[in-house]
Design a protein around this ligand. Structure first.
Ligand code: AHR
Length: 670
């Protein structure tokens, strides 16, 4: 009866409906009656769980890369934004002490044409200054080393530079001076490091000039000393750590819509993101202007975080790389430009060259570039996405051209195909059919839907064919109506995702990869919500949904085993959802159960097909009575896993599932 109720209400006011459902269930006396028995058949594995099952989807959206994961603190470091001085403040009192002009050398350098020419006319430390505001401020930490660098050449005279860190009130909280070589007439890097004396979330960096002379400056940069693996010019370690902690099976990059571009000229081109950072050509980020209600005029892609760095990140944290490339189609919600079929070859060549960049011998053109960048060993690329959220016959025909060329040269590389923007409807059906007929390896399905979709679609994959194309649940997130920004990542959203993921895990024979989207958002710079992880300039907050993903990933096991109640799968009856796996390496049984009712439910777990169980089990609980609860900077672990120990008697265990809870139970067996 409850199931029928759910189906009838699909598409209505979801949150209201959810609460009404719970009330009806309680009135019907369906809860707390007596123990419900869940039987786990340990010796009957039904499908392997792929190591890639739970991964992450990365896109430079919401200041995810520039201003986020990429730890560069200076915004518009090479003056290439549309407005070359965006992010910079030039102050000069009195006026005659200095001046600055933006110069353009596009004839000599197309990738990085602009630089600043600063003329200084003072004897002592002057009042001609250049201040960078950072990305919604700069996060500075007391006692931490900061690495300043710039490219410079002296045009004439002598100029000394004071590099100063400022707090939000303009007080100096760290400084160092550098003396560029007066004889240097070619672009050369100058560096200095120094320590911040205070912590500040909304800091800035000021350059104060002294002397008499003219200096050209470019790539003015500041990095914290605590980047991931202490790599110079690297990534924010706290953000990477959140990913590493999930032990993701794969990382999909670089998006998302940024792969497609508003038009083809703004598509993501991986070749422009590798090699020396000063030669990577800046591009406007499509999320700069995509949503009129949330414009971000200072959002650009410097590509300091480029394909080499993404591959390196994957290698660092043991995730399979999953790059997605443009297939000759721009975003169909924007310009919808397509590259004519007879001109598609350069796009296909980019894909072939990417495989060579990732896996090729160091003697090949692109393999050599990888080696020159510091990674002679191959990155072991095994899969590649062709297009993002493209649809229609124009996609199918382009996909087939890529498929033919890629499979001919690299038959073992698995190709991921788009099924459009939605998990149903005519466009989806057309591609699902066409791609299966074309023997696509994986079909990428996306669902951004309200919680009720996730609760009631837990059976989505039960009827999918076991043969042929596998599913990559490439982008999903539960969108709670009438919430905004970080509030959208509330417990209701996460609980509904947990319920849905039991259905993915149960169907691991079909769904072999899954990733929530988008991954990161900056509290002061987001365009899209919900997001898995929220950050400000100093801190990182995992949402309740983050912990759901993490628990699935850390408890993925190696094979699915049946778990049933009264001989039926546990897929929403009495608002209970369950799945079970075994880990054949560690000899553990892992049961995951969602209780989507407000009241506690008594369960007996009954294990069959096993000789012996340990006398205790680990119980990890994610729970809140309040479905609207979120994690915040002030309370980052309001909803976070809590550990306890369960007793096992023989082959049974009793567990009380708290209201609105997600439970992971891990038991050793022999
Ligand atoms: O995840 C945010 C956006 O949603 C992605 O860029 C796009 O693929 C989807 O529409």
């Amino acid at each position: 009866m409850q199931q029928i109720f759910l189906i009838v209400l699909t598409g209505k006011q979801m949150v209201k409906a959810f609460f009404s459902l719970l009330t009806i269930a309680v009135l019907n006396g369906q809860v707390m009656a007596q123990d419900k028995v869940f039987s786990v058949s340990v010796n009957k594995p039904v499908a392997p769980v792929q190591p890639t099952m739970w991964g992450v989807f990365f896109e430079d959206i919401n200041f995810g890369a520039d201003g986020g994961l990429y730890a560069e603190l200076v915004k518009n470091r090479s003056f290439e934004f549309t407005n070359p001085l965006m992010g910079w403040k030039v102050e000069q009192t009195p006026v005659e002490e200095g001046s600055m002009l933006i110069q353009n050398r596009a004839d000599k350098n197309t990738a990085n044409p602009r630089y600043a020419r600063v003329t200084v006319n003072n004897r002592s430390r002057g009042s001609f200054t250049l201040t960078n505001e950072g990305f919604r401020g700069m996060g500075l930490k007391k006692g931490l080393r900061y690495d300043f660098s710039a490219l410079y050449k002296m045009v004439s005279g002598t100029v000394k530079l004071y590099v100063e860190l400022l707090d939000a009130k303009g007080n100096i909280i760290g400084s160092v001076h550098v003396l560029p070589d007066a004889q240097n007439k070619t672009w050369k890097k100058i560096t200095a490091d120094f320590t911040a004396s205070a912590t500040e979330e909304k800091g800035a960096m000021r350059l104060a000039f002294e002397g008499n002379g003219v200096i050209d400056l470019d790539m003015i940069s500041l990095f914290p000393g605590d980047t991931w693996k202490n790599r110079p010019g690297g990534m924010r370690a706290d953000m990477v750590q959140m990913l590493a902690d999930m032990k993701p099976g794969f990382i999909r990059f670089p998006g998302g819509c940024i792969v497609e571009g508003y038009d083809l000229s703004q598509r993501y081109q991986w070749k422009k993101t590798v090699g020396p950072v000063e030669e990577r050509q800046l591009l406007i980020n499509r999320w700069n202007f995509e949503f009129a209600h949330r414009p971000a005029p200072d959002y650009f892609q410097t590509f300091g975080l480029g394909f080499f760095e993404y591959f390196q990140l994957c290698a660092d944290i043991g995730a399979e790389p999953l790059p997605i490339l443009n297939c000759g189609m721009a975003c169909q919600f924007n310009s919808a430009e397509v590259m004519p079929l007879d001109q598609l070859q350069p796009y296909v060549q980019d894909a072939l060259d990417l495989i060579e960049f990732a896996n090729g011998a160091v003697t090949t053109r692109w393999g050599k570039l990888r080696a020159d960048m510091g990674h002679p060993e191959p990155f072991h690329l095994k899969m590649l996405g062709v297009g993002n959220e493209n649809w229609g016959p124009q996609y199918l025909e382009r996909f087939k051209i890529f498929q033919q060329a890629l499979k001919e040269k690299y038959p073992d590389i698995k190709l991921i195909a788009s099924s459009g923007t939605a998990p149903d409807g005519e466009r989806f059906d057309f591609l699902n059919k066409g791609l299966r007929a074309a023997n696509a390896d994986f079909i990428d399905e996306h669902y951004y839907r309200p919680p009720q979709f996730f609760f009631s679609n837990v059976n989505r994959y039960d009827s999918y064919p076991r043969e042929g194309a596998k599913v990559f649940a490439g982008e999903y997130a539960s969108h709670v109506p009438k919430t905004n920004g970080p509030e959208k990542n509330n417990w209701l959203a996460a609980l509904s995702e947990a319920a849905f993921l039991t259905g993915l895990e149960r169907n691991a024979a079909v769904v072999q990869m899954a990733s929530y989207a988008p991954l990161f958002a900056h509290y002061d710079g987001w365009q899209w919500a919900p997001d898995l992880i929220w950050v400000n300039n100093l801190e990182v907050v995992g949402t309740p949904g983050y912990y759901v993903q993490k628990l699935f990933s850390l408890n993925k096991g190696t094979a699915v085993v049946p778990v049933s109640r009264d001989g039926k799968i546990i897929d929403g009856r009495d608002s209970l959802y369950a799945t079970a796996v075994i880990d054949e390496k560690t000899k553990e049984i892992i049961v995951k159960i969602v209780n989507a009712l407000p009241d506690a439910q008594n369960i007996t777990l009954n294990f069959t097909g096993v000789k012996k169980l340990a006398s205790t089990a680990e119980h990890t609980l994610l729970q809140s009575e309040d479905l609207s609860r979120v994690n915040t900077i002030q309370s980052p672990r309001a909803i976070a896993p809590q550990e306890s120990v369960l007793k096992i008697s023989g082959k049974k265990s009793k567990i009380v599932l708290r209201g609105y809870s997600f439970n992971v139970i891990r038991i050793k067996y022999s």
